[in-house]
Design a protein around this ligand. Sequence first.
Ligand code: ZN
Ligand code: ZN
Ligand code: FE
Length: 328
Amino acid sequence: MVNKPTMELRWDPTLREWILVSNIRRFRPWQPEGFCPFCPGNPETGYGWRALILENKYPMLMENPPEPGLHWFYKTSKSVGKCYVVVETPEHNINDISDLSVDQIEYVLNMVISKVKEEMSRDYAHYFLWFRNKGKEIGVSLTHPHSQVYVLPFIPNRVSRELESARDYYSEKGRCLFCDILNAELKDSVRIIYDNDHWVSFMPFYSHWPFEVHIYPRRHVQLITELTAEEVRSLAYVLKVSLCGLNHVFSGKSMPYIMVMHQAPLKGSYPFYHMHIEVYGVMRDEGKMKYAAGMETGGGNFTYDSVPEENAQRLRNSVLRNCISVTK
Ligand code: ZN
Ligand code: ZN
Ligand code: FE
């Protein structure tokens, strides 16, 4: 087999979804132990910044990608798009963004919002996925606080399923599915983690992961760019409190998690959709990881080894005990 640089999208015709394929990461140069590319003073970062959005040096998507290989049977497509790294603070030794000030989180949110606005006009930009992987259990190799952005030429699978559900629900009932979920959670109230004037953070009735937290804006908005300055500020606070709660559920340990922002696609109109943030805290108990194994990965359905109402209470207690007094 020839070992040549390849970067393309491959279509899985059985599950009808794209796989992002690239072997260029393997051509990555060796870096000395302890070197941090996100710390101030590197050629890429420089000095005098509060947060940075950098192009990922080893991306899965590029603005001018190589032509995809043509296959006689399978479908392929160009890996056109962008991959960014959001360096959330110049400080290297911070455990999580819940340890940043509300001002700093707000600053980062506004940087992401500017990036969405900038990417929106690009032809290839169909979706802006902002996500954050935290903890070595999730496979994070660089500990400097950062998140990532994938600007995609397609709508990612989970969002596309949500869009379909929301569209169907709307045509059937004339209401937003997410607004109704929010109302149901508020009415039940046992799974609410924290809420303020603009946002509600809760552990959904249908949680997949042990400490799953969804953060919904009370207002029916489709894109992060539509939030008011006050809503952004308020989101910074809810994020800080919710993540702080997660990090304190288990004594002295911090929670490994995946966070993702679900918003409407950048092209077209989706008035029935409602943006939100999802956080998947993956520890189910002190020192015990929940793995997506046979049933979850092989079968595609999650098993939940407790009930969300119990874990929501543990998380709410953690928030009350450790996080509410944090400076606003
Ligand atoms: Zn660093
Ligand atoms: Zn809604
Ligand atoms: Fe979602």
